[in-house]
Write a protein that binds this ligand. Structure first.
Ligand code: IVH
Length: 619
């Protein structure tokens, strides 16, 4: 059946206008039902002879995704009903807030909200993974397809009661408002059902207060609601009013205010990063959100797009909560003509066949122009080779002019050509020459970690060097002889990383970059290990036990923060317990923060942490 959307009201006035007009159209004041607008994933469950046959998502409204296997694992969804009816049930799959906070804490790409995490969970390939997430289901509409069974159901109330008796969970928070007497909305035996314990009733004049009360109560719910839905109770009146192509005329959603804007997806592009990781980006019609204009919104990876059921041309809600990067909250109007987005199989820049690793796709070509651009920016940055007088703008100009393409080009620049470019006076050129020259004396460890080879970062370099592989030749030889196990044998290097680095170092494209840099005179070996004294940190965290939670700007992955603590004598634990002395809390810290507060554990934020470790650097 078509999965329609709802018409929307954004204020009390708009809502009461709708209530009045609807009554006018019908010629009398009917009974209105008010329900919570549950902010989850809309789903239709089809039962045949009382047995769950199919569970389908909204998709583009006429064709959704079959998620039956995964929905079967949700406890609230009955597999067999109390009665052998044919019925389609529409409702919402929700992830309670507590569970959302707990699960999101440890995710590589945290979800913007519980709805998206629930949607992502429903699209998992392995139902076992879905079963591990405590999803809930509330039923709010039923469509009986066999007439005799339908005859006893003439109102929404009857339907909810029927759904509850068939075995569904229905939302107990609801209201009935009318000029008719609705003070006893359910038959006596039904009023006992827990499902109907919270029902409010009143006249239309009471509606406004009830809505204000509901709005205030939303914070105390275990799940997110983003508004209220007002519907006609009488099903024959619903038939009388009918539908537009987009929504029923017998219902309207009253939306709570939220920091989101509505816009349209013009296209989905993919970007190629320094490590080759492919990031899809939604290009949206520019829209203001909280004071800034947003036109690009990251979509992270293929699974993220699939979870949103996003198509080009869809109308979407985009949020920008605080400092968080803009996120697509959800599709509010699917483009009915669009096909599901097909993730590219080849690199849009160099046409290499993409490789799938974990949740992401990668361009494997080290010399892909986009990767080289990213590598160049990374290489010159202050955290790596720290090449002065070569800021982003200058570098972009050199790239645009085709004067540099890849890292080694920096060491054989055509200064005569550069002299003709805007902004390059004689003095600037001298300074640039000087700082590039200076880079040839940077230590081997810095050079190697600056090349932007995936998984080959400063930590890895330190570990292999300290283990005795002190030159690039040592490393390349190890790779050529297929001795990956020697890398794995180094404490701190895992199997996956070792294999990945070996794979990268075996690529001819990587070899040629290294070769050219060698010829340019960069350091590719170290005489001896740096003086130990340099790397010994003051043991300021000695005797302390730190738990780390949330995400950080300066410590990605979080293990980097753990390293800082350990190198200063502290221990790192995975959860807050009686023995924990400190909680390092990053953005979006969840339940661990609450625990720490309860136990009186000292909570340290990223800024404070940086200050503490920097203080010792001066020692
Ligand atoms: S009734 C034919 N009732 O809101 C219309 N929808 O913006 C049936 N929603 O996609 C919808 N809570 O997923 C209805 N109590 C409720 C709801 C509800 C949440 C969702 C629904 C729909 C969206 C429309």
């Amino acid at each position: 059946m078509p999965v329609l959307s709802l018409d929307k009201a954004y204020s009390h006035e708009e809502l009461s206008t709708w209530v009045r007009r609807t009554s006018d159209k019908l010629g009398h004041a009917p009974v209105f039902v008010v329900e919570e607008k549950l902010d989850g994933v809309s789903i239709v469950l089809y039962y045949e002879q009382g047995v769950l046959a199919r569970a389908v998502t909204r998709g583009n409204g006429s064709m959704g995704n079959d998620v039956t296997g995964n929905v079967r694992t949700i406890r609230d969804v009955p597999l067999r009903l109390q009665d052998d009816v044919d019925i389609a049930v529409r409702g919402e799959i929700l992830l309670p807030l507590v569970a959302f906070r707990r699960l999101n804490e440890d995710m590589e790409t945290p979800y913007a909200n519980p709805r998206n995490l629930a949607a992502g969970t429903l699209r998992r390939v392995k139902s076992r993974e879905t079963a591990g997430v405590p999803l809930r289901f509330f039923a709010y509409e039923g469509f009986l397809t066999d007439v005799p069974a339908g005859r006893s159901v003439s109102t929404h109330r009857d339907m909810l009661l029927r759904l509850a008796r068939l075995g569904f969970r229905v939302n107990p928070h609801m209201g009935l408002f009318s000029e008719q007497d609705v003070s006893n909305p359910f038959p006596d035996d039904a009023a006992q059902l827990p499902a109907f314990s919270q029902v409010q009733t009143g006249t239309l004049a009471d509606l406004e207060d009830a809505i204000a009360q509901w709005t205030a109560d939303r914070e105390s719910r275990e799940y997110e609601i983003d508004g209220l839905v007002v519907k006609l109770d009488d099903l024959s009146l619903r038939d009388e009013l009918g539908y537009t192509g987009h929504h029923p005329r017998w219902a309207i959603a009253y939306k709570f205010e939220s920091p989101v804007s509505v816009t349209k997806v013009r296209s989905i592009d993919v970007q190629v990063g320094r490590t080759g990781r492919i990031t899809p980006v939604a290009r949206v019609e520019p829209v203001g959100i909280g004071g800034t204009t947003v036109s690009n919104v990251t979509l992270h990876n293929q699974a993220y797009i699939e979870a949103l059921e996003l198509h080009v041309g869809d109308t979407v809600e985009v949020s920008r909560r605080g400092d968080v990067i803009p996120a697509v909250e959800r599709v509010i109007e699917p483009n009915p003509e669009a096909h599901p987005y097909a993730f590219p199989t080849r690199c849009p820049t160099c046409d290499s066949v993409l490789e799938e690793r974990g949740a992401h796709h990668f361009c494997p070509n080290f010399r892909c122009p986009d990767r080289m651009r990213g590598q160049l920016h990374f290489f010159v940055a202050s955290a790596q080779m720290d090449i002065q007088h070569l800021g982003s703008e200058t570098l972009n100009l050199l790239l645009a002019e085709g004067i540099v393409e890849e890292i080694p080009d920096l060491f054989c620049l055509d200064y005569e050509r550069i002299a003709g470019l805007p902004g390059f006076g004689a003095r600037k050129i001298e300074l640039l020459k000087g700082s590039i020259e200076h880079a040839t004396s940077r230590p081997y460890r810095t050079v190697l970690a600056s090349l932007g080879i995936p998984d080959l970062g400063p930590k890895f370099v330190e570990l292999v060097c300290d283990a005795g592989y002190r030159s690039i030749d040592d490393l390349l030889q190890l790779v050529d002889e297929g001795r990956v196990e020697s890398l794995i044998a180094i404490d701190g290097i895992g199997e996956k990383t070792a294999a990945r680095v070996a794979e990268e170092l075996a690529r001819p494209s990587v070899r040629s970059v290294i070769q050219r840099l060698r010829e340019a005179g960069l350091q590719f070996s170290e005489e001896h290990a740096p003086e130990k004294a340099e790397s010994v940190e003051a043991q300021i965290f000695a005797g302390e036990s730190w738990c780390i939670t949330g995400s950080f700007e300066n410590f990605q992955p979080r293990s980097l923060a753990a390293e800082e603590i350990k190198s200063r004598g502290g221990t790192v634990v995975s959860d807050v317990s009686g023995k924990t002395t400190h909680l390092l809390a990053g953005a979006n810290a969840g339940s661990k923060r609450d625990k720490a507060e309860k136990r009186g554990v000292e909570i340290v934020d990223e800024q404070e942490f940086l200050r503490r470790i920097a203080a010792t650097d001066d020692v």
